[in-house]
Design a protein around this ligand. Structure first.
Ligand SMILES: [Zn+2]
Length: 122
């Protein structure tokens, strides 16, 4: 692939991703079902999975999971400014600021501190 064609491919991908993000932002999330500890939501063209927040979890962990859910469902974290990125394959990622309690790495540490098993990606 020459440079001109590669630039055209990147521009087309960027345009597709921006369109996908715009459709996502314009749609309201609708819950489809609950599968045990996870809920499946549809927001426009995107299917989202979020963890259920157990009522018996410590408050600190419930708050962090609630922020994590809000970021996925609404595209905004109540604690930080998230960065959104769409991969070439069309997978959407949210990245929280490093000191946000909803950052998945911090969530895992917080869960472990409370003796709760947390698997990344829920
Ligand atoms: Zn955050």
């Amino acid at each position: 692939m020459n440079g001109k064609k590669a630039r055209a491919v990147r521009a087309a991908l960027r345009e597709r991703h921006e369109k996908l993000l715009a459709e996502l932002q314009a749609a309201e999330p609708v819950r489809i079902r609950t599968d045990g500890e996870r809920e499946v939501w549809q927001r426009g063209p995107v299917t989202l999975m979020v963890p259920v927040v157990p009522h018996d979890y410590p408050t600190e962990l419930r708050d962090a999971l609630t922020s994590y859910r809000a970021a996925i469902l609404h595209g905004k974290c109540p604690r930080c400014t998230i960065t959104k990125k769409v991969t070439k394959a069309g997978t959407l990622f949210y990245r929280h600021e490093a000191d946000c309690h909803a950052d998945p790495d911090r969530l895992a540490v917080l869960a472990a501190a409370h003796g709760v098993e947390y698997t990344r990606g829920i």
